[in-house]
Design a binder for this molecule. Sequence first.
Ligand SMILES: C[S@@+](CC[C@H](N)C(=O)[O-])C[C@H]1O[C@@H](n2cnc3c(N)ncnc32)[C@H](O)[C@@H]1O
Length: 322
Amino acid sequence: MTYLETAAQFYSEVAQTPEVGLCCVQSTPLQLPGLKIPLVMQEMNYGCGTTVHTTELANQPTVLYVGVGGGLEALQFAYFSRRPGAVIAVEPVEAMREAARRNLEIAAQENPWFDTSFVEIRSGDAFNLPVADASVDVVAQNCLFNIFEPADLTRALKAAYRVLKPGGRLQMSDPIATSPIPPHLQQDEQLRAMCLSGALTYQEYTELIINAGFGQIEIRARRPYRLLDKQTYNLQKNLLLESLDSVAFKVQIPEDGACIFTGKTAIYAGTETFFDDAAGHILQRGIPAAVCDKTAAKLASLKPTEIMVTDSTWHYDGGGCC
Ligand SMILES: C[S@@+](CC[C@H](N)C(=O)[O-])C[C@H]1O[C@@H](n2cnc3c(N)ncnc32)[C@H](O)[C@@H]1O
């Protein structure tokens, strides 16, 4: 069996017998007015964060959801796109497709606004997405891509890039490792399937997203996910896994490299009323301006005594009020 087949077998089992708390972090699933999430969907929440960024789901976007699980996020996306086929959920495991269908039928009984036709479940996998090039606004996956070995992760990222419209968004939640996971754990197919040993470091993960062609990444959340303790996992020291929610944009990679927003700001503290770096960034004295990590580093080295760069908040959505 390949590791992908091991993963498929594992998810076939947890489709038939829900494993509560398998991947999720301890937080309640996103609640929305008028949305009732069936209990069985909550029990089958096998995601490690959220990919449903509510403020950006206006205009009924077409969403391709990869790895449907129990259907919780497919339902949440359908909340915003209430039309037949708006959410296309791709899933290779037959038992999981069946479970998601059953769960969505329960959701239709519990939510007057929801019709099961809003979510179309298709057989397929992350590497061969059964939709046309440049045809969807959003591709989402939660706690799936971390299972893939790097070469397969690259294939999955390129597949997502292919199907997104220009400007479209890849919305992901995955565990990342705070230090490299040693080979004996990476090779453990069962742990990998359980989202415990395939995680890359933040650096490796973001590099692969950029290598697939995405020109901008925004980090929406970063929080502790699981601890691989040294006794159980035969490690020299405990290894913390974090869960990372991100949105990657299908936009051109700038000549000086992709932009990754992690919540840093740059603040001008010089004697003029503003500072203009002549590269598109104007900083008003004393007022924080959101900048990507690349620009933050450039500004800090340009004017080390006059520009303060604040730390990453790991929570950036571009929002502001002025
Ligand atoms: C960790 S679960 C996450 C499920 C769901 N995203 C959630 O948040 O509850 C991974 C899902 O991906 C599916 N899956 C496994 N291998 C896959 C592949 N190669 N391509 C697409 N989906 C896959 C599994 O069957 C399962 O439904």
